[in-house]
Design a protein around this ligand. Structure first.
Ligand code: NAP
Length: 515
């Protein structure tokens, strides 16, 4: 008997005990830096010559760890291990698979600050962001385990006199899980365990910039009792082993979270039926966003400003749900812009190890250069009102940057920058606001700040995003409360942390017996 699902609470760092516990965790992780992490294939630990060197984005000199990288030969070995193990794992009772997730959740809860401290070090997450990432990973473990228990007996269908009909879900096979750097624990763990608890075996390829936290998670799953070969850890270059695994005829499905560019590539390649392949592959793709906070003229203007600022700059704007655009009604435009700029200027930028830091670095040099080049584009497309500067001497720091008076079709309003850059655009009326809100290729999250009931109901219908929020920011979805995933070029319309997510990893079998 399991207790009802309730999401993992966030840590209150205002209390001295919690602060001390987190500082202790950071000090512990400091003693663990620089270690080597092997591949794990069929339970065997394999060390390779080629390594991904994970560095602290806030301090380029500091090495978090070095992680062995799989080549195609080792990727093939992992595929064979996963294929063999699938034959036994698929026969495990769903409730026994779920128990491993419950155990892993309990273990991660006990080591919560340790996992968060790795996120501070490896991903540059400030305390609160790291704590939320770990809480979400725990939530995924708890929630998907519970979901499996509700699905294990299938769904009732009609039987007739003399005929017994049943409808059950069975697993698919070997899944390739490819995860991004920005929720290197929550998304990596969530996509992995959804596949596992449904009875599939997995090859996990984490993002190259955050492989150590993934290695720690794989260790935890082993300690929680996952049999060898069920979860195979194959870090490697996306371009070297990514295509190989996506194209592989024995790959049954790919669960990808990352950029639109890579997601579209995977979707296209996975659609080709290769020699020896006897199914059509499934692709679950969660891709980018260009998310908007819309401010109506009947709005609480303080709430509007804080919703815009915290949605734009949380984790340095490196969330797929980041509110990188604000669309403001002309009647309140000047007042809201002024508040946004004032609030932005209060944000602290610095080492994520300091509890008082609001914004840490961006993930790496490539991101830093890309974001700085968008700031140059912004200087031509809008009026720079805050930030605009970066400093990559020690780590990859960029000031929270605000551009106002940006045209609705400008690049800053259309392209995912994935950094701390906010574009603000003026709207004539509510029709115009909805038109701008829907004018990108994406459809991930959005928010409307308004006290006008008619406009709230209209937005509920017209604002075409997977996650729409009223009178709050557009980030921070919680597993089991706000299932998460977007429309259009934001992905394949799946909802992580939602009641139908596990079904994407299974197929239904109908049996009919004449009695
Ligand atoms: P990314 O560059 O697309 O990388 C994502 C993953 O794909 C990494 O593990 C990467 O490996 C791998 N990869 C690269 N090339 C590949 C290939 N040819 N075949 C297979 N895999 C390949 O994305 P990111 O920069 O890590 O993450 C940021 C992006 O993720 C943003 O666009 C954001 O909006 C999106 N995102 C979406 C959601 C959502 O739920 N919709 C959630 C989080 C993030 P390497 O690291 O080795 O390149």
């Amino acid at each position: 008997m399991t207790v009802p699902y309730k999401h993992e609470p966030f840590t209150n760092f205002a209390t001295e005990d919690n602060k001390k516990a987190f500082q202790d965790a950071l000090a512990y992780v400091q003693t663990q830096l620089g270690k080597e992490y092997p591949l794990v294939i069929g339970g065997e630990r394999i060390t390779t010559e080629e390594k991904a060197i994970s560095i602290n984005p806030a301090n380029k000199e500091e090495v978090i760890g070095s992680v062995s990288m799989a080549d195609q030969e080792l990727a093939e070995k992992a595929m064979q291990a996963a294929l063999t193990t699938f034959e036994t794992w698929k026969k495990w009772k769903p409730e026994h698979r779920a128990n491993i997730l419950f155990r892993a959740a309990a273990m991660m809860r006990r080591r919560k600050h340790e996992f968060s401290a790795y996120l501070v070090k490896e991903a540059g997450k400030p305390w609160k962001e790291a704590d939320a990432d770990t809480a979400e990973a725990i939530d995924f473990l708890e929630y998907y385990a519970r979901q499996m228990l509700t699905l294990k007996d299938g769904i009732p269908v009609n039987s007739r006199e003399g005929e017994l009909n049943q409808f059950h879900y069975i697993p698919l096979g070997v899944g390739i899980v490819i995860s991004p750097f920005n929720f290197p624990l929550a998304i990596m763990a969530g996509t992995t365990v959804a596949a596992l608890v449904s009875g599939n075996t997995v090859l996990l390829k984490p993002a190259n910039s955050t492989p150590v936290i993934a290695a720690k998670f794989v260790e935890l799953m082993e300690e929680a009792g996952l049999p060898a070969g069920v979860l195979n850890f194959v870090p490697g270059s996306g371009s070297k082993i990514g295509d190989y695994l996506v194209d592989h005829p024995k790959t049954r499905f790919v669960s990808f979270t990352g950029s639109r560019e890579v997601g579209c590539r995977i979707y296209e390649r996975a659609s080709k039926v290769n020699p020896g392949q006897i199914w059509l592959k499934r692709v679950i793709a969660e891709m980018g966003g260009k998310d908007t906070v819309v401010v109506d003229k009947d709005a609480d203007l303080e709430l509007a400003a804080s919703s815009i600022v915290y949605s734009a700059f949380g984790f340095s704007g490196q969330k797929c749900s980041a509110g990188s655009r604000a669309v403001i009604h002309q009647d309140v435009y000047d007042a809201v812009v002024e508040k946004v700029v004032a609030l932005t200027k209060t944000l602290t930028v610095g080492s994520p190890e300091d509890v008082n830091t609001y914004m840490g670095p961006v993930i790496d040099e490539k991101s830093y250069n890309k974001i700085m080049s968008y700031i140059e584009i912004g200087k031509k497309e809008g009026m720079l009102l805050a930030g605009g500067e970066g400093d990559d001497s020690k780590g990859y720091f960029i000031q929270p940057t605000v551009f106002a008076d940006v045209d609705e079709k400008a690049r800053l309003m259309q392209e995912e920058i994935f950094g701390p850059v906010l574009a603000i655009c003026k709207a004539r009326d509510f029709d115009h606001m909805m038109e701008i809100a829907n004018n990108t290729d994406y459809g991930l999250t959005g928010a409307l700040i308004s006290n006008n009931r008619e406009h709230i109901e209209r937005a509920r219908e017209e604002f075409h995003v997977g996650n729409l929020y009223f009178n709050r920011g557009c980030t921070g979805a919680i597993v089991g409360y706000q299932p998460f995933g977007g429309f259009n070029m934001s992905g394949t319309d799946s909802k992580a942390g939602g009641p139908d997510y596990l079904l994407l990893h299974m197929q239904a079998k109908t049996t009919s017996e004449t009695l």
